[in-house]
Design a protein around this ligand. Structure first.
Ligand SMILES: [Zn+2]
Length: 104
């Protein structure tokens, strides 16, 4: 009887310990995720105009010098867009929209 009690106590403390460990890991994970998001935001805002082949966002007509927050590859070209929405709009029909990109 005493043996059984000890075993269940051991089991219980193992469960509690593993719970605590998981919680710590989860906290570290979310902290890392926040950091990655912050870094990504910085990268998003620093796409260099010299790296893209277009002068204008083909979807909204905004000059790429105003800021590039997303890019797409199309037929060996790198195209800059002011937003992901504009990129998605372009990719729906890239052939028809390419002229508006005013390639360099
Ligand atoms: Zn745009």
């Amino acid at each position: 009887m005493k043996m059984q009690f000890t075993t269940s106590l051991l089991f219980l403390s193992m469960v509690l310990l593993s719970c605590g460990t998981n919680k710590n890991k989860a906290n570290v994970g979310s902290a890392d995720a926040n950091q990655v998001t912050a870094i990504d935001t910085t990268i998003e805002k620093t796409f260099a105009v010299s790296l893209v082949n277009n002068k204008k966002d083909p979807s909204c007509g905004m000059p790429v010098t105003a800021g590039i927050s997303d890019t797409a590859h199309y037929e060996n070209l790198v195209l800059g867009f002011c937003s992901t929405e504009c990129k998605n709009e372009f990719l729906k029909n890239p052939k028809a929209n390419l002229a508006a990109a005013e390639l360099k």
